[in-house]
Design a protein around this ligand. Structure first.
Ligand code: HEM
Length: 402
């Protein structure tokens, strides 16, 4: 604790933190680069070099169980969930080598550069189709009406969810995200648990259908590896989580990016600057706030000992604003030479396997939007707010006109 700030204020759910954490994070980087947050029940790393080194040290900092924030589940909810109470325990981001090495090898088969490039046309078409419908209206809520739909549909097609089931899947994915990743009151937990079990049955059914009759989708590819490389549970968890990834991360990043570009007056984005501009937007307004790890032994850093077994947050949000790596970090610099050194996709062995697909979607959406809505602007008089979350940063709504 120092005279004008207290590291215990590190409450990622507090309104002021959600709205504007950066001056506070700057003070932490300078004076408390490692500290324990009572609020979070975790140590927090705030400097770019430390966050990167932590991602690069899977032996000292384990991913096992780091995503499963299910500690808040009541005994009754746990009973209802039965064997699924520790859902995600076999998900690729939630395990260490050697399991991770095996899982990662299998998942990567679906994300080859060729497979990713092949999705561009489909994604472009989905964006054009959406704008055909919306453009004549002249206004929209970017978050609920523009940002999500193309990504959600692309992910569903990639996985192999039939179009008629998309809405069902979308609502259940939202429920399980709430159940496992944010604390809920007991009664609500039970409702969400039922929804989650229904969803698991659905994914099970999809896997069984593809085992019998393979198609050219992710579910078929992963199902074909069951027995040799993957277990049934690993495949179900992979499919579920990738559906979630597509439903949330890319749309959040796109919303943050469009807001930034409109505020900076850079619209439409000149094609020659698009790639670097999207990296700079990810650096300055990243959709991922960081990743959790557990210390596997006592770790000593900047005079602080992180005890073995303790939870650690690698704050990529703070790392992206580290003035020693990104001069004048709170300023948007469209041609910042090292913008891509942000850690929004993580780093090291767990580096986001969907990063190329995420980047492709961002660039494609910005291209289509810039061309179809060149006069896009923020609707006047709105209060722009971010959702409260410990893992992601995304807008609640964004009213735009054109
Ligand atoms: C802008 C969009 C995205 C952001 C900001 C993002 C962020 C991240 C981060 C920070 C990690 C590392 C987690 C850790 O180290 O604990 C990660 C891993 C992962 N991401 Fe993404 N992601 C995005 C898009 C996607 C997409 C589109 C997919 C799939 C369709 C995806 C699938 C995954 C998977 C499977 C992992 C686990 C990789 C592993 O553990 O080896 N992500 N992502």
């Amino acid at each position: 604790m120092t005279e004008d700030f207290d590291t215990e204020d590190f409450d990622v759910g507090a309104d002021w933190h959600v709205a504007a954490p950066y001056p506070f994070l700057a003070r932490l980087r300078a004076r408390a680069p490692v500290f324990r947050s009572e609020h979070l029940g975790a140590y927090v790393l705030t400097r770019h070099a430390d966050v990167r080194a932590a991602y690069g040290d899977p032996r000292g900092l384990s991913s096992r169980g780091s995503l499963t924030i299910s500690r808040s589940l009541t005994p009754e909810t746990r009973r209802r969930l039965g064997e699924h109470g520790s859902f995600l325990s076999s998900f690729v981001a939630n395990v260490d080598p050697p399991d991770h090495t095996r899982l990662r090898r299998s998942v990567s088969k679906a994300f080859t550069p060729r497979a990713v490039a092949a999705m561009e046309q489909e994604f472009r078409r989905l964006n054009e189709h959406l704008l055909d419908r919306l453009a004549p209206r002249g206004w929209a809520d970017f978050v609920s009406e523009i940002g999500h739909e193309p990504s959600v549909k692309l992910t569903a097609r990639f996985i192999g969810v039939p179009e008629t089931d998309e809405a069902f899947v979308r609502s259940h994915v939202k429920d399980w995200f709430q159940l496992f990743l944010s604390p809920q009151p007991p009664q609500r937990q039970l409702e969400l648990a039922d929804s989650f079990l229904t969803y698991l049955d659905y994914v099970d059914g999809l896997v069984a259908a593809r085992a019998k009759d393979p198609q050219g989708d992710f579910t078929s590819l992963m199902t074909s590896l069951i027995g040799d490389e993957l277990t049934h549970r690993e495949v179900v968890e992979l499919i579920s989580t990738i559906l979630l990834g597509g439903n949330d991360t890319v749309p959040n990043q796109l919303g943050n990016t469009v807001l930034r570009l409109l505020r900076e007056g850079v619209w439409p984005l000149p094609p020659a600057l698009a790639a670097n501009a999207s990296e700079e937007c990810m650096r300055i307004d990243g959709a991922s706030l960081g990743s959790f790890r557990y210390a596997t032994r006592d770790l000593r850093l900047h005079g602080v000992t992180i005890p073995e077994g303790d939870l650690v947050l690698l704050s990529t949000d703070s790392a992206g604003h580290d003035e020693t790596v990104f001069p004048d970090p709170d300023r948007f610099v469209i041609d910042r030479p090292n913008a891509a050194e942000h850690l929004v996709f993580g780093y090291g062995i767990h580096f986001c396997v969907g990063a190329a697909l995420g980047r492709l979607q961002l660039r494609t959406a910005l291209d289509v939007l810039g061309r179809r809505l060149p006069r896009l602007r923020l609707a006047p008089g709105q209060n722009v707010a971010y959702r409260s979350s410990i893992v992601g940063r995304g807008l609640t709504s964004l009213l735009v006109e054109w």
